[in-house]
Design a protein around this ligand. Sequence first.
Ligand code: SAM
Length: 305
Amino acid sequence: MFSYRHAFHAGNHADVLKHLTWVAMLRYLMQKDTALWIVDTHAGAGLYRLDHEHARTSAESDAGILKLYAAAQQAHPSGQPVPEAVSDYLNLVNGFNPEGICRFYPGSPWISQALLRPQDRLKLFEVHPTDARVLQRQVEELDKARQIEVLRRSGFDGLRALLPPPSRRAAVLIDPSYEIKTDYAAVLDCLEDAIRRFPTGNYAVWYPVIGRPEAHALARKLKALGTRLQRAWLQAELNVGLQPDSSTAARVAQGRTHGSLRASGMFVLNPPYTLATQLRDALPWVMDVLREPRGATWRVVTQEG
Ligand code: SAM
């Protein structure tokens, strides 16, 4: 059942899109002093080593964060300066790599804890026994450990018990591995339930863009849900394209096999009003850096509530 381990995929292009968006969201929400509850329904292990054998198995970070990291240190081919949201994200990653070589990659719990202020709380759900143990151990070593709770249960079920949070401010990341088909429906049910309990929360859902009917339907249903509940939403997608010799079969990724994953999206409900502009500025730059020879694209679509 628990075959997915994020350590094999950490720092790939999907993480770049997800974490760039997540950093921009949290930065905006933290402009206000009131306490923020950050909930990560699918946390993973926390901090990853990019030179560990797991990460090196498919070396997905080579075409993700490592490429971005290198590009930011050189002049970009287009001559464009590094967009603000990208440099903010890279600075955060840099914070874990004081020697200037990108060996450590912060997963979403680690990004969130790095930004956590004394008044904030971080709730991390993780069901994989090994990853939950690693996460717990890493959290215990932090100065901020008392603000962070690792919950070894399903985030789909557990989120509802946390909403609405005492401070009436929450940022929620829903980032399943989609290794089981039911994850697609579970995301929608979880989000709808969460919005009904706490309509003003800020919710972000990561999803794969793959040749699977459930995946196509998810992006469409997320937008329909936002519209039906009269909430503002934003959808951002990044497709890094294909190698010239990629066969059709290789393009039809089965499940979340990140090695062949070419595109993914973030759906944000109640997005900060600055987010669309930031992503429209950042994604063309990111795409130019990460692109394969054929078919790279990006898009940001928004709807007012
Ligand atoms: N959010 C992490 C990040 O960005 O660094 C990556 C998370 S990874 C894509 C998905 C994680 O969800 C895996 O570690 C998996 O074990 C865990 N998982 C799977 N089903 C879950 C569930 N129902 N509740 C909580 N965690 C779950």
